[in-house]
Design a binder for this molecule. Structure first.
Ligand SMILES: *Cc1c(COP(=O)(O)O)cnc(C)c1O
Length: 369
């Protein structure tokens, strides 16, 4: 009998999710107004210890709104880690500003605070931090640099729901912090996102721009060109149900990571993810780095042949056509990301993965190495 196919990451939907989504549909509040939206915004802001929140259509537009709220635009530069999902860089580009790529730390794969200052120019407006695969960035160092150079900080916490940095939740550090609730994130609304802030002015600007720029209290009056970046009440119902179970998801992801560590520890040729003292990772995606002597893509294919899905790491932003053209030849300041991005591989990481699945994954991987 063929063994069960193990996907990289699938959502965990229970009866609770189905029942709240049903209620939302039956209530007729199917668009972008409704009680689940208000509840989801309030509860997620509380969870991240933030004052203000706006639910939006996805994580990419959350980042776009964050940029716009901070007045980032043409002639500005924004510092972005070279190893991230392309949405982080694209959100900068949408505004007409230019993303400037920063290399990453060898162990955490996060933006390297030591390499930020050398790329600051008079045009630099902001730093985007991304907590890659759920491991927090070293925020104290980054916030200190931002303060010294008068830069705004945007937190791309799309992968870091529930992650702690020195006891505080990720999503609580940026001038604006952005989340995604895509299907493979720790909690999902199908597609969805959120902007969080403690600054009332930024919150109001985000709210205005996400709703077509329509003036509050005066229907169909628009002082600015806005967007339709809203989330629906149906999606928010799914989000409310998921948020009730977030502790369980976190616990499961951490248990997965523990078992992976136990089964893969000490094996030559692979580097396991680190967890620095300053963070409690949500282990969103358990990602290993393979030794140079292995062909990662071949290993991924062979795992797929035996029913185990994996995910290659993001390519470095500086190697992707929309950004490589302006980069010149291989930029030596980005050497770490150029190396590691081509050797990193994400193993299945669903919160509902079973122990025996992990045992099977590890034994197949060991066989291939
Ligand atoms: C998922 C993700 C996003 C974008 O989220 P969408 O909801 O898919 O638009 C942005 N940044 C990072 C780091 C992500 O992982």
């Amino acid at each position: 009998m063929a063994k069960k196919f193990i996907p990289v990451c699938e959502p965990d939907i229970s009866q609770n999710e189905i029942s709240l989504v049903n209620k939302a549909v039956k209530s007729s509040w199917v668009s972008s107004i409704g009680p689940y939206l208000t509840e989801f915004e309030k509860k997620f802001a509380d969870y991240c210890d933030r004052k203000y929140s706006q639910a939006v259509a996805n994580g990419t537009v959350a980042l776009h709104l964050a940029m716009l709220a901070l007045n980032i635009g043409k002639n500005d530069e924004v510092l972005v880690p070279n190893f991230t999902f392309i949405a982080t860089a694209n959100a900068v580009s949408y505004t007409g500003a230019k993303p400037i790529f920063i290399d990453i730390e060898k162990d955490t794969l996060n933006i390297d605070p030591e390499k930020i200052e050398e790329k600051i120019t008079p045009r630099t407006k902001a730093i985007v931090v991304v907590h890659i695969y759920g491991h927090a960035c070293d925020m104290d160092k980054i916030l200190k640099i931002a303060k010294r150079h008068n830069l705004r900080v945007i937190e791309d916490a799309a992968e870091a729901h529930g992650t702690l940095y020195k006891g505080k939740r990720c999503g609580s550090f940026g001038d604006v912090s952005c989340f995604s609730f895509f299907g493979n994130k720790l909690i999902t609304t199908g597609e969805g996102g959120m902007c969080l802030t403690n600054d009332k002015k930024l919150y109001e600007k985000i709210k205005l721009l996400k709703g077509q720029g329509m003036k509050e209290g005066r229907r169909y009056w628009h002082d600015v060109i806005g967007y339709n970046y809203r989330l629906t009440n149906i999606q928010a119902a799914l989000g409310c149900a998921q948020l009730e179970r977030i502790d369980l998801f976190l616990e499961n992801k951490r248990a997965n990571a523990d078992l992976y560590r136990k089964l893969l520890g000490g094996i030559k040729g692979i580097t396991l993810p680190v967890e620095k003292d300053y963070t409690t990772s949500n282990y969103w995606m358990f990602t290993i780095v393979l030794d140079k002597k292995f062909n990662r893509d071949k290993i991924a294919k062979k795992l797929k042949d035996v029913g185990i899905d994996t995910r290659v790491a993001f390519y470095p932003m500086s190697d992707l056509p929309p950004y490589s053209k302006s980069m010149g030849a291989k930029d030596s300041t980005l050497a770490v990301s150029h190396d590691l991005a081509y050797r990193a591989l994400t193993l299945p990481s669903s919160s509902k993965l079973r122990q025996k699945d992990i045992v099977r994954i590890c034994s197949e991987l060991k066989r291939l190495l």
